[in-house]
Design a protein around this ligand. Structure first.
Ligand code: NAX
Ligand code: K
Length: 511
């Protein structure tokens, strides 16, 4: 995929982080990594404290494992730097747990310096700490309850801690991972009803993690800082697809070219009552730079008066020999649509299947295709494609996208917070753009059109999916940043914004 020599942004699952940690510990000796992790947390907390009233106390919540060790040592460092820093542990969360060696060493150090974590036994005690009666100042909180060792849903006082944090929204630095978040999947352990900490800032250790980049985690991580702790040699499980990656994929535009040089897109959809869906996909294909665009609707020609260059075509006409098909946006689910999808799948042409095409595809058993198609399901469509439930998809978005990609032999774009793109050969990426501005009807049609338009310009299915997703997300992000608000974007505005996002990559190439 890469056309330059810049290393990608790796995302490591817990097993890979642990393997790196063990290899590094053999070289650095015990304690060194925890010293560095704690120093990174203390530095981050000190920076955050500069934006808070002078004298803001630091309250560190320490779990039984090394995550708690990091937080406790950071609190000790902050006390040495002059902060009113104290450490606490939650009675139930620590019951019966033996600390691992590093955390035990820090606890002994804390005992010697008179900073043994005070045990909190009740909700009242917890509230008093997080919401002290005036004039006592509100605290800056360190969340060191659980990191990559979280093994079950938060309960008891740990759960109450999260609920109080949700209510009071204190400035909070999460150590490694916000407690309650699964570092591999980004889901809240125990499901959407379970508890997880909401951080202002997360300082994550050794490497970036997929579970900080997709799903529910995006409302919990806050600002993210990655601290390698001097550990190198990260083997990536997947990548974060960034603006710099996107810039390497931008299709060229030679001077000596014509409309025939940039491919044709045939949008098939826009049945009665849903014509707009096909028009949005057509406009987006246009804005991506594709040479020619046709719209074929099962209910006769649909015109886009503002975009007269979009041509119409009968769905019964033979498909253009070299077209890229974008099918499904407002296609309907009747027998005509079914027959059309069968023709599309038989064509062997490059294709992007969205919306109704995915729902129909879910009814067919997986089959081989001429060229790798791109499927763009949202979680409900993904659930239909894999015969599961939305909850199961969201519990492991990467796993779900990879499974569908493999079984359907397709590049799969699993939409939603932290879009996942998966290849049937098992590799995957999370797209580093997009936000809640996109949560409105029609934006999926725009995405399908963008990907189709880029595919028509010669990008592979994988490349077109990644670049299309990035441009789509970045367009919305830029719009939201400009408005200072993420609500009210209409899908009709999005194709031109995406054109701007793609154009901005010309500058990124030279950065
Ligand atoms: N040892 C080292 O050199 C380093 C450790 N690091 C830190 O160590 C963390 C991992 O440490 P651990 O492996 O000890 O794991 P954690 O500290 O994340 O937690 C493990 C402990 O929590 C308990 N536990 C898990 N889920 C629970 C729940 N829901 N309720 C109550 N108890 C629960 C487990 O039984 C175990 O005692 C990382 O996240 C990171 O913060 C990093 O700083 C890197 C360096
Ligand atoms: K944590």
């Amino acid at each position: 995929m890469r056309r330059d020599h810049r290393p990608p942004h790796p995302l490591l699952r817990t097993a890979s982080v642990r393997a790196l940690e063990h290899a590094a510990l053999a070289v650095t000796g015990p304690g060194a990594l925890m010293d560095r992790a704690a120093a990174a947390v203390a530095d981050a907390a000190e920076r955050l404290a500069r934006s808070l009233p002078a004298g803001t106390p630091v309250r560190a919540f320490c779990g039984p494992g090394n995550n708690g060790g990091d937080a406790l040592l950071a609190a000790m460092m902050l006390r040495e730097r002059g902060f009113d820093a104290r450490a606490f542990e939650l009675a139930e969360a620590c019951a019966g747990s033996n600390s691992p060696a590093d955390a035990a060493r820090v606890r002994e150090q804390a005992r010697r310096s008179g900073m043994t974590p005070a045990r909190i036994e009740s909700l009242a005690g917890l509230r008093e700490l997080l919401d002290p009666a005036p004039p006592a100042p509100a605290p800056l909180v360190l969340d060191g309850l659980f990191g990559i060792g979280l093994a079950r849903p938060l309960s008891g006082l740990a759960e109450a801690f999260c609920r109080l944090v949700d209510e009071l929204r204190p400035p909070l630095v999460a150590v490694d991972v916000p407690s309650g978040i699964d570092a591999d999947t980004g889901a809240i352990v125990g499901g959407p009803g379970a508890a997880a900490v909401r951080a202002t800032l997360t300082v994550t250790m050794i490497a970036d993690k997929p579970g900080l980049r997709t799903g529910a985690a995006l409302d919990h991580v806050g600002e993210l800082r990655i601290e390698p702790l001097g550990v190198t040699g990260a083997r990536s499980d997947g990548i974060l697809f960034t603006r710099a990656d996107a810039a390497t994929l931008l299709p060229g535009r030679p001077r000596d070219s014509s409309k025939g040089s940039f491919g044709s897109v045939l949008v098939i959809g826009g049945a009665a009552g849903m014509a707009g869906a096909a028009l949005l996909a057509g406009r987006a294909a246009q804005c991506s730079g594709a040479g020619k665009i046709w719209i074929a609707s099962p209910d006769g020609p649909v015109f886009d008066p503002g975009q007269p260059q979009l041509m119409t075509r009968s769905v019964n006409a033979p498909f253009e020999r070299r077209a890229t098909i974008v099918a499904g946006c407002g296609l309907g689910a009747d027998s005509r649509a079914e027959a059309l999808l069968a023709r599309i799948l038989d064509s062997g042409l490059p294709m992007v299947l969205d919306a109704d095409a995915l729902n129909l595809l879910a009814l067919c058993s997986p089959a081989g295709h001429g060229t790798l198609p791109v499927l763009t399901p949202h979680p409900l469509e993904a659930a239909r494609l894999s015969g599961s439930e939305v909850g199961e998809i969201q519990a492991d978005r990467i796993g779900a996208a990879c499974t569908i990609a493999e079984t359907r032999r397709a590049v799969v774009v699993l939409k939603g917070a932290g879009t996942v793109v998966a290849h049937p050969d098992g590799y995957w990426a999370i797209v580093d753009s997009g936000g809640p501005a996109l949560a409105t009807a029609g934006t999926g049609d725009v995405l399908a059109g963008l990907i189709g338009g880029l595919r028509a310009q010669g990008l592979s299915a994988w490349e077109a999916a990644l670049l299309g997703c990035w441009a789509h997300g970045h367009a919305a992000d830029r719009w939201a940043a400009h408005c200072g608000h993420a609500a009210g974007l209409s899908a009709a505005e999005l194709p031109e914004l995406a054109r701007g996002a793609l154009a901005s990559l010309h500058f990124a190439r030279n950065e």
